[in-house]
Design a binder for this molecule. Structure first.
Ligand code: NAI
Length: 311
């Protein structure tokens, strides 16, 4: 059987650790040449190191694959351009962009500093925009010149945004924004042969164990010999599939992976509708009973832990 990504060039941001590392390893194993981007910071975005990206390229190159490290921050607009240019200069083109880099600075709304808000929005939402913006400009120009690279953008969202998790206003807003941006990017880039989809992981990494003690408690530790549903390696087959030409008709969609499950998610749906008898505008007083009645009839809201425990 041939490799699924033979001849493709991929970038994975934040690929020095956690989920991104597994994504880069499987993309390479399936034949893609990979730019392993990682700033090498702490889980809160502080500090820098080249070690994490270097270790992953050593692993890929040692196994007979082709990879190059890049240490730019995705939060820097010009740095993001250099990440895209790195693939094109080193490997001649770009086919796949996996926006994965992430940090956490959890805080309740009333305690969150401007800096904590900006840092998290900067890496996740702006970082996803930055890399996608430069990749899409490249694919559009190439398409106009008669070269279709079948571009694939895979973004990383989170239940913290799609379901709403207290204490993660900055992170959740960024992740819900990324899910919305993915739908828009898919529509804008369809004519240039580019797809864009979103993945939602649930995995044991330092973001869930070091940064969020409640998630760490829920995920526990891997038990030898048992199927570990929180193993971060479980996400990468979905990413490879979405990056492959087999998935060229799948675009603007969101999928969650936990263990051996893959969910297909779509958001913001009409729960109910009330129509005024006369063709006239509602007034605030009459909306009181109408809105309360609709909310009362709606199915109960579920929090993040409930959704995962029911899975
Ligand atoms: P991780 O902390 O193990 O890996 C994130 C990597 O991103 C780190 O190696 C870090 O150095 C890198 N990074 C951070 N800021 C960067 C920047 N400005 N530029 C380049 N690289 C940067 O965390 P994990 O869990 O692997 O997270 C990967 C993605 O998955 C993140 O977007 C995270 O929000 C998302 N996610 C993870 C979940 C989980 O259960 N672990 C759940 C939902 C979403």
């Amino acid at each position: 059987m041939g490799k699924l990504l033979e001849g493709k060039v991929a970038i994975v941001t934040g690929a020095g650790r956690g989920l991104g590392r597994w994504e880069a390893l499987l993309l390479a194993r399936e034949g893609a040449k990979v730019v392993v981007n990682d700033l090498g910071g702490g889980f809160d975005g502080s500090g820098k190191a080249t070690g994490p990206a270097d270790e992953v390229i050593a692993e890929i190159n040692g196994a007979g694959g082709e990879a190059i490290a890049n240490y730019e921050s995705v939060a820097d607009f010009q740095g993001a351009k250099r990440i895209i240019d790195c693939a094109i200069e080193k490997f001649g083109k770009l086919n796949i962009l996996v926006n994965n880099a992430g940090i956490l600075r959890d805080r309740m709304m009333f305690n969150m500093s401007e800096e904590e808000w900006d840092a998290v929005i900067g890496v996740h939402l702006k970082g996803t925009f930055n890399c996608s913006r430069h990749a899409c400009a490249y694919w559009r120009e190439e398409h106009k010149a008669g070269r279709n690279h079948e571009g694939k953008v895979i973004n990383t969202a989170s239940d913290a945004g799609l379901l709403g998790n207290p204490g993660q206003g900055n992170y959740g807003a960024a992740k819900a924004g990324i899910a919305a941006l993915s739908i828009i990017l898919a529509k804008e880039m369809e004519r240039y042969g580019v797809t864009c989809n979103c993945v939602v992981p649930v995995a044991r990494t330092r973001l869930t164990t070091d940064a969020t003690p409640s998630m760490a408690a829920m995920m526990g530790t891997a038990k030898p010999g048992e199927f570990d549903i929180f193993d971060p390696e479980h996400l990468s087959p979905l990413v490879v599939y979405l990056a492959s030409d087999n998935a060229k008709e799948i675009s603007g969609e969101t999928f969650r992976v936990m263990g051996n499950k893959v969910w297909f998610l779509r958001g913001w749906y009409n729960v109910d509708v009330a129509t005024k008898k006369e063709k006239a505008r509602w007034n605030p007083e009459e909306l009181d009973s109408v809105i309360k009645e609709m909310v009362k009839k709606a199915p109960p809201k579920k929090d993040l832990a409930q959704v995962l425990l029911e899975a």
